[in-house]
Design a protein. Sequence first.
Length: 116
Amino acid sequence: VQLVESGGDLVQPGGSLRLSCAASGFTFSRYVMRWYRQAPGKERELVASISSTSGTINYADSVKGRFTISRDNAARTVYLQMNSLKPEDTAVYYCNGFSGVHYDYWGQGTQVTVSS
């Protein structure tokens, strides 16, 4: 099982980034996919989630209207489009695949830094 995030970078406030998470080793199309983030000294928080068929999508209040989660089951990839980035969005962003307590997979994370 592998989840590999990419797309993290240093960006100025107000800028945009698109994160990708490529999955392998499990039945991607059956899993809820989530993006979490963890800033230095803070707990990991759920940013966005998307159901297996993209029918249910949820966002943290802090990112609503700015971030968009999507998935391509054929490509086994989940995305996080991040617009209007703020310094408080600075964190390591993690991809998570979940289908029950014994089926809970994590990527290694990708760093997003928002700074002028």
